[in-house]
Design a binder for this molecule. Structure first.
Ligand code: C5P
Length: 404
């Protein structure tokens, strides 16, 4: 049976930038949001334009930046209403003390404050200000009021401030803000579950500088880690060598060889409810690697290879295994090879793709194989595929363990 899982719709965010030094961080935030496939419409206050020019935001978001209530480009003159009707959320970052006060009191004297009042979608704010301004009872009263009104508050963080003082009031870093926004948007299907993920390639040493590895970038495994975090799971990521930054909320263990990956998995598997084996583990390791760099000479050089342990198979053989998910990258006969691999490894779920579609790319196609059959996911950014995979895992996991 083939059951096509629908595509995830693009999320739309209105980003309000208010006047504060942290406005420069909002530029990086826009870049990261756009990179994550989110459509961003930037609205700046007059004060924000003193800190960063609108051209920066226009270039990064690919849309003209709006500021003026009277010149929004809307044909019906209702920019403040039109802007949020198709939006999934409004985020104010940085949110100045003054803007928080306006929000708390329902003031509407410019485009940004008016669209916040006129919106029907969720409002998220990332405050940024001097520590005394943050600690002032007036600001704290406003924050309490906003929480009561259902506004989500991200941060602020504590640390050195632009004014030279140190304390609470720094805007949450852009990468963490993106993770916070994702977590806000996606349902908590794995709340409280412990998910262990392996990712990336392994590297099997030949000598001090050389080794056998593969072209896995780790992008899919890291995307799965992010999607699991968004779904409320606590995530441990065991990663082979990659150039990627792991999600800040994941506990990450860096390994090199398949043997090290196996040992790292064995060390934490007892605490896992779900194990997702995304890593492209090398099939063989080199017997007796040289500690020194091997010198070349004119003779044929032979490497002796021995098979690596199959990590996911080891986990499946535990007396009480977690819910296990495998991955398969094939270069041909995808359906046949992937389903055979799932059966051989006795896995409830296996995600498969063609290597030529996936390796190193930010996009991929994925087919999920389970007891019900094959479920092809349409070509999409890896993070969107990862979200659909996590959704599917959660469904099967809760069905198998008899929970909702
Ligand atoms: O390499 P193969 O196609 O058999 O990989 C299928 C699945 O098995 C993947 O989930 C991979 O992470 C896992 N695997 C493993 N240990 C190995 C080889 C593969 O856990 N030595």
């Amino acid at each position: 049976m083939i059951d096509l899982i629908p595509e995830v719709a693009t999320k739309r965010l209105v980003l309000g930038v208010t006047g504060g030094v942290a406005a420069y961080k909002a530029a990086e935030l826009v870049r990261l949001l756009v990179k994550n496939g989110i459509e961003v419409q930037v609205v700046m206050t007059e004060a924000a334009r003193h800190f960063v020019g609108p051209a920066t935001f226009q270039a990064l978001s690919g849309k003209p930046v709006l500021t003026d209530l009277w010149d929004g480009g809307s044909t019906n003159g209702m920019t403040h209403i039109d802007l949020t009707r198709n939006a999934d959320a409004v985020l104010i970052a940085p949110a100045s003390a003054d803007f928080l006060a306006k929000l708390a009191h329902g003031a509407a004297d410019d485009l940004l404050s008016t669209l916040c009042l006129a919106r029907s979608c969720p409002l998220l704010v990332a405050p940024a200000m001097n520590r005394e301004m943050w600690g002032n009872p007036a600001t704290q009263r406003n924050i309490l009021q906003l929480k009561r009104d259902g506004v989500a508050i991200f941060g602020p963080d504590s640390g050195p401030q632009a004014c030279g003082e140190t304390g609470m009031g720094r805007m949450v870093e852009p990468q963490t803000l993106v993770e916070n926004i994702d977590s806000f948007w996606y349902p908590k299907r794995l709340q409280g579950k412990r998910v262990l993920i392996t990712a990336g390639p392994t590297f099997e040493a030949i000598d001090a500088v050389r080794g056998i590895t593969n072209l896995s970038s780790g992008k899919m495994g890291y995307a799965v880690a992010r999607a699991a975090i968004e779904a409320g799971a606590s995530v441990t990521l065991i990663s082979g060598p990659t150039c990627l930054t792991p999600p800040s909320a994941a506990k990450t263990l860096a390994v090199t060889s398949a043997q090290q990956m196996l040992e790292a998995v064995n060390g934490v598997i007892a605490d896992a409810d779900i194990f997702i084996s995304v890593a492209a583990v090398a099939d063989y390791y080199v017997l007796n690697p040289s500690e020194q760099k091997i010198k070349k000479d004119a003779h044929i050089f032979t490497l002796e290879l021995a098979p690596n342990p199959d990590i996911v198979a080891n986990v499946m053989n535990l007396p009480d295994p977690p819910f296990c998910v495998g991955f398969a990258a094939e270069s041909e006969n995808l359906y046949e090879f992937a389903e055979a691999k799932r059966k051989r490894k006795n896995l409830p779920l296996l995600a498969a793709n063609l290597v030529q579609d996936a390796i190193g790319s930010d996009q991929s196609e994925l087919i999920l194989f389970d007891d019900e059959g094959a479920h092809p996911l349409q070509r999409a950014p890896k993070i969107e595929l990862a979200r659909q995979l996590i959704e599917h895992i959660a469904k099967l996991y809760h069905k198998e363990r008899g929970q909702n």
